[in-house]
Design a protein around this ligand. Sequence first.
Ligand SMILES: C[S@@+](CC[C@H](N)C(=O)[O-])C[C@H]1O[C@@H](n2cnc3c(N)ncnc32)[C@H](O)[C@@H]1O
Length: 251
Amino acid sequence: MSAIEQRILEKTWFYRFQLPNGTITSTYDDGALDGIHTSRLAMLQTVIDARFGGTLAGRSAIDIACHQGWFATKLAQWKADDVLAIDARSEHVADTTLMRDALALSNLRVQQSDVHALEPAALGQFDLVLMLGLIYHLENPIGALRQAHALTRQACVVETQVVPGMSGMVDYGSYRFVRPLKGSFGIIDETDDTHGPEASTTGICLVPSTEALMWIMRKIGFARVEILPPPADAYEQLLHGKRVMVVGYVD
Ligand SMILES: C[S@@+](CC[C@H](N)C(=O)[O-])C[C@H]1O[C@@H](n2cnc3c(N)ncnc32)[C@H](O)[C@@H]1O
């Protein structure tokens, strides 16, 4: 076993990474969350197959809020020419870099950044954008979705926890100006959890309803927005519509 593999196996990870020597990293909570990752990977695979013919060769991709880089390493292993993995937390950037080196993925770059600080004009566009597990930790989820749209050349996959939606009509200043609700946001308090590796960095979180997410993605410029169906054995939250994974296409 190499020194780098030994270092990796000394800690517990958020994801089950398979190392070159065949060993698999142990995960938090005795693997209770593994299913959420494998279900989302299977759903992402359907986009890679349908839109990109099963390979990212010749394409670029960005994973925004990459955590320890599991999805970013998958994008690199799908042979993307260039993958950029971004996370706000320095420890995740260090872990993603360690994993990139262990897996010898020369097509994977890693950078520390808040999603809102990304500069699409400088970064350019990516054929595939991933924004998984992020927007429900943000106080400005629409701003983050606008960033994702600006970075998207072809397809953007967004996955999020969702809240039950409200619908109906609102007297918007007066009974003469009635407007329909397009969806809703729930407020979740993570202010005591901002130290957590998966958590918000600011603590005030706006979680969209599915209707809100779909409407916003269309409104900010995606030509087509589709909900990805979960597989029959998907993680329970995906199966029961408590989380959704959607793909927005630029054309
Ligand atoms: C629930 S984890 C999701 C990780 C991964 N994308 C996934 O779906 O498995 C949330 C991630 O968002 C990152 N994050 C939180 N706020 C962020 C921000 N404002 N900008 C960039 N990353 C952020 C966290 O550090 C963490 O890695």
